[in-house]
Design a protein around this ligand. Sequence first.
Ligand code: NAP
Length: 338
Amino acid sequence: MKAAVLGATGYTGMLLLRLLSSHNKIDRIAAVSTSAVGKAIETGDPGLYHNLDGKYISIDDLKEFQPDVIFSALPHLASLPFYRDFIGKSVIIDLSADLRYENQSDFENAYGTEHKAPEFLGKAVFGLSEWYRNDIKKSDLIANPGCYPTCTLLPLLPLLQEEVLGGNLTANALSGISGAGKKAKINNLFVERSENSCAYSPGKTHRHQSEIQKELNYTGKKSDLLFTPHLVPMRRGMVVTTTAELLKPTSDDEISSIFDKYYGNEVFIKVTPGSQPESSHVWGSNRCDISWQINNKRIILFSVIDNLLKGASGQAIQNMNIRFGFKESEGLRTWGDL
Ligand SMILES: NC(=O)c1ccc[n+]([C@@H]2O[C@H](COP(=O)([O-])OP(=O)(O)OC[C@H]3O[C@@H](n4cnc5c(N)ncnc54)[C@H](OP(=O)(O)O)[C@@H]3O)[C@@H](O)[C@H]2O)c1
């Protein structure tokens, strides 16, 4: 099968190339770039094994390549001009926010800019693999979720669905700096970020807040999320701690059996009752680890992912595997690095 990656020199693009180059079902890969056309891929990413030779190509050359699947790892709104050329011919898995909303004003409120191709809104399935697997199998347009939404939603959705919790939810998230992408920004320099941490876009102002809330709303249960992310001095990794009121007295065993019902057969979700998940446990894997603690009438949920894997490129490969009927874990790791 032929796969193409747009934005191939960015963090998620580079990781997609690495994952695809060792995926058993992928025979040919096109690395599409705006900044590195004609350069050897090996020089663009020296971390790649030598099984991916060749050069970065332009989007114009991609038509001739006729990919079965395209991963767009571009900034938001950058891939829309290309969709028309490939829709109906290739399965598109977009890692940006362009396809995640059904509603134009929701996108525009979150991103503060006009959506240039609203006709595509509502056409894609939200690629939270464990929750939309059946739709992903049938869709040629997959909107990969953001890393914060993935890590926040996975522990919350089963408990909201089962009406164990609801109402006011408070999520505090920590993210590694690679979550901001490779583009040079003063705020992301080593001197600014090492030995330093801060909240940013707190409460309802972060763009991922509405993405998480819309998915919570789809359960049909009432909830109101306050989401506050923090930058912490690590390269990769994400930790989310969510606090909620229990709607009824609930025991640890009941929480355990709900997670077992929803995630007992999930290869990439590890529920770790009684022990605290840490970002290093899932680093390099496509896993989300989940735990909780009950405090009288409240519950604290803990979840961790690798932002570049389950939060981006790993989940994108998982979605490709689902869509094309491959083994869901093909090309992905369930174990974290030391
Ligand atoms: N980083 C994460 O943890 C994460 C998690 C979830 C989702 N995402 C989403 O995934 C997408 C890619 O993120 P990333 O972290 O890989 O970003 P990145 O490191 O900044 O890479 C984006 C790449 O897109 C290409 N590009 C094309 N037009 C561009 C433009 N106008 N400005 C900047 N880059 C342009 C560049 O590659 P070429 O020069 O090779 O074309 C660039 O390297 C984004 O939409 C992001 O929101 C990221």
